[in-house]
Design a protein around this ligand. Structure first.
Ligand code: MF3
Ligand code: CO
Ligand code: CO
Length: 270
């Protein structure tokens, strides 16, 4: 069935995809590195410092820093924070917390964008299930991807999967095209707006993120006074994973692959 899709996005050529592969590998390596430090007693400020040092030592750039005025190098979103949490020394991780750490690394001008959830100490069954659903939702979306499919197929799969399990799917933030620009066309919505003006036909070489935000309760959310931190309206928890991928003829390639094969928590425990 042919759908109308009016958003245009430029595919990358194989040389450019290779540059994306390198940047995305750096993002995955950085999260692998941070994993050992994400435990009770550590502040999100410390995690930001560790990330900033890791990035600077390699001559890379932290894309979030000063991005539209964002003050830190990574985003750290704890519990009811949906996304864009700002690292600070008052946020000290404690038993039972869940946290999303979102890193975007620029390597030779190309962006790799990647986030994972982490559990701190003993986390409730409800929260572990939330994390699983967020991971599975991302993968349900990614599995739609191949040349000739539509961006709306991704959103529809994510939305149907998570909402049928009773979770709130955040609609006012989304994935995005990525390359030499951090956020470019197409937007990768986490639902299907059924609007050709917001849809895009996928072509080999297109690079974008899939990054659904899934809430235990309502999808509704608002931004705190700091103008960044997005929190759930009902104060219930939220989870998110993010991969950067490239479209191939018969499917997709996940570019933000962990060398340590870290997928979802618990990490380090086989
Ligand atoms: N990494 C986020 C994303 O997935 C964007 C963070 S923008 C910032 O698109 F300014 F908040 F860092
Ligand atoms: Co990100
Ligand atoms: Co992103």
């Amino acid at each position: 069935m042919t759908k109308k899709a009016l958003v245009k996005a430029n595919p990358k050529n194989p040389v450019q995809v290779e540059k994306m592969r390198v940047a995305c590998k750096a993002a995955a390596d950085l999260l692998d590195y941070l994993t050992d430090f994400i435990k009770p007693g550590v502040s999100t400020e410390k995690l930001d410092q560790l990330a900033a040092e890791w990035i600077a030592e390699r001559g890379f750039i932290a894309a979030p820093l000063n991005y539209h005025g964002f003050p830190k190098s990574i985003c750290t979103s704890i519990n009811e924070v949906v996304c864009h949490g700002i690292p600070n020394e008052k946020d000290v991780l404690k038993d039972g917390d869940i946290i999303n750490v979102d890193v975007t690394v620029i390597v030779n001008g190309w962006h790799g964008d990647h986030s994972r959830m982490f559990t701190i100490g003993n986390v409730s069954k409800e929260d572990r299930e939330l994390i699983d659903v967020a991971y599975n939702a991302m993968m349900e979306g990614i599995e739609q991807v191949k040349s000739g499919a539509y961006v709306s197929d991704i959103g529809a799969a994510i939305y149907n999967y998570a909402s049928s399990l009773g979770y709130g799917v955040v609609e006012n933030y989304c994935g995005h095209g990525i390359g030499q620009v951090f956020h470019e066309n197409p937007q990768i919505l986490n639902h299907d707006p059924k609007d050709p003006h917001q849809d895009c036909r996928l072509r080999k070489g297109m690079t974008f993120t899939v990054e659904p935000m899934i809430n235990i309760g309502t999808a509704d959310n608002y931004t705190l006074e700091d103008n960044w931190t997005v929190v759930t309206r009902d104060g219930k928890k939220s989870a998110q994973f993010e991969h950067t991928i490239v479209v191939t003829d018969d499917g997709y390639e996940i570019l933000t692959v962990s060398e340590k094969n870290y997928l979802k928590p618990p990490y380090n425990k086989k």
